[in-house]
Design a protein around this ligand. Structure first.
Ligand code: ATP
Ligand code: MN
Ligand code: MN
Length: 299
């Protein structure tokens, strides 16, 4: 783990007011991190995470008995989480309206942790303008066993293609297998335009380099290729939020990185929930990550 400094300061005290029950419960068997460890991580990382996670509809991966037991993906709640988790009625495809959820602060994040949440996924639009997306995500999903060097190269190539059409993008390690290339956008265009752009961009890549890329979800077609998962960019879809923990072995976290740093990364999960202090420290060099005032060009 050469990316980590040798010496780190002790963790800052938790500032949350949320009471965490069963804090000794092991959520990550094998590596041993507990619910209390997870709560401490989110309390520490909240200042970095909230600019991306607050005030946008979220979905939760809840694993009340730990990641190795039953987990579920939760999109809706009508009040069971209490005062720190807000409701947002959103029209569903079928025409009905459901209460989605969002948080405003670290008490909101910690309330979700108290309720067994490990992962936070977010919409690509904000709670005050759900019909106007503000980020486009190209989620690079490599075929099983692919060398990470190929994923890194794909991310760089996508960055360059985006740059050619005038778009600034940022890289995030998912904490799982892949890299997300994130394009911040000034809200204005609608979901149809957003999805159509993402789809055509991914199609163009797979058409130009069919040996490297596919733009369809089919696992059969992924053989030794990277699926450019543009489907994160449809209304109602979510993607893992920056600094969210993952319900995967070892309690890894999704982390924003510099394009330069990506070259040294050996996999998509170099950091875990024990690394809040390191992540806070290195974020000083990441100022501006994920922010750019830019609209979708015509392609
Ligand atoms: P990796 O790098 O390992 O691919 P990832 O976060 O990109 O990590 P994906 O499987 O590519 O994982 O993305 C799946 C996405 O689908 C998640 O980001 C999540 O927002 C969404 N998702 C996951 N589980 C569900 C579910 N049960 N229902 C709906 N959407 C889900
Ligand atoms: Mn992915
Ligand atoms: Mn995906």
């Amino acid at each position: 783990r050469s990316v980590k400094p040798e010496k780190v300061a002790p963790a800052p005290p938790s500032v949350s007011h949320i009471k965490i029950s069963n804090s000794d419960r092991i959520l990550f068997p094998g590596s041993g991190q507990t619910k209390g460890d997870l709560a401490d991580y989110y309390a520490g990382i909240a200042p970095l995470m909230l600019p991306f996670a607050a005030n946008r509809p979220i979905s939760l991966v809840r694993c009340p008995q730990g990641r190795a037991k039953k987990c579920f993906f939760q999109k809706h709640d009508s009040g069971a989480f209490g005062e720190h988790v807000r409701q947002l009625p959103i029209r569903e495809k079928g025409g009905g309206v459901e209460d989605y959820i969002y948080v405003e602060d670290s008490d909101g994040l910690l309330t979700c942790v108290q309720m067994g949440t490990i992962e936070f996924h977010g919409w690509a639009s904000r709670a005050d303008a759900v019909e106007k997306p503000d980020r486009m995500i190209f989620d690079l999903d490599p075929d099983e066993g692919m060398d990470f060097a190929r994923v890194r190269q794909a991310a760089y190539d996508i960055r360059d293609h985006l740059s050619d059409i005038g778009l600034v993008s940022f890289a995030m390690l998912s904490g799982g297998k892949g890299v997300h290339v994130v394009v911040p956008l000034t809200p204005g265009h609608d979901w149809d335009t957003h999805k159509d752009f993402a789809s055509r961009f991914a199609q163009a890549l797979s058409t130009a380099e069919p040996d490297r890329f596919v733009a369809t979800m089919s696992k059969a077609k992924r053989k030794d290729r990277i699926f450019i998962d543009w489907l994160r960019n449809q209304r109602g879809s979510t993607a893992i939020l920056p600094y969210s923990a993952r319900a995967r072995p070892g309690a890894p976290v999704a982390v924003p990185i510099d394009w330069d740093e990506l070259a040294d990364m050996k996999d998509a999960h170099p950091f875990d929930i024990g690394d809040a202090v390191i992540l806070l420290k290195r974020a000083k060099g990441l100022k501006g990550w994920g922010f750019a005032a830019q609209g979708l060009p015509e392609i």
